[in-house]
Design a binder for this molecule. Structure first.
Ligand code: 5GP
Length: 177
């Protein structure tokens, strides 16, 4: 296991992102932070507390990579938001944008509900693997083209609780699908 971004650097960057988001949205207009489960929960918890204004928190859950490390090429909604988003600002909070398939899909279905605005905040951006263009408004860090774990990101359900962002060594993460 190799540490790529230590927790202290993550906390510093998330604080900057929170300050930027606080400055960008009018304080008197509702802002919904929509976390994409499962990977975004750690980032969302830290980001929400770095935003100095009222926010509403909700979650949605898409299908993901399953137990392995390769994308199925499709996204589907497993759990929808509880909140109606018509007329309000929505910030989709994601752990990592890889191929862009998940967020491309979510932007399409959420835009149909006519939010006041719909933007993306992602902890990591892995642009080398993009297959669908995705407009990202807030990026924490650019990720290398490696499989990363920690800070909410898993491999086969493990490692989400690591405070650092890490990369698995080749022999630790054999591809399972
Ligand atoms: P996309 O639809 O953009 O290809 O993939 C987004 C999802 O793929 C992320 O929310 C995450 O669950 C998963 N993913 C992509 N790259 C990685 C990675 O390097 N590590 C982990 N743990 N998950 C990844």
């Amino acid at each position: 296991m190799e540490t790529l971004i230590p927790a202290v650097a993550i906390q510093k960057r998330v604080a900057e992102m929170g300050a930027q988001i606080t400055a960008d949205y009018p304080a008197d207009e509702p802002l919904l932070l929509a976390g994409v489960l499962k990977g975004a929960w750690v980032f969302l918890a830290d980001l929400a507390r770095a935003i100095q204004r009222p926010v509403i928190i909700d979650f949605l859950h898409t299908s993901s990579y399953g137990e392995g490390k390769t994308s199925s090429g499709e996204a589907k909604l497993i759990r929808d938001l509880d909140t109606s988003i018509e007329g309000i600002h929505v910030l989709l909070v994601e752990d990592i944008v890889d191929t862009g398939i998940t967020l491309d899909y979510l932007l399409r279905i959420l835009n149909e509900r006519k939010p006041r605005s719909l933007s993306i905040a992602t902890f990591l951006d892995k642009p080398s693997r993009r297959r669908r263009p995705v407009p990202i408004r807030y990026t924490g860090f650019e990720a290398p083209d490696r499989f990363v774990v920690g800070y909410g990101l898993d491999f086969a359900g493990s490692y989400r609780n690591l405070p650092d962002l890490c990369a698995l060594a080749e022999e630790e993460g054999q591809q399972t699908e």
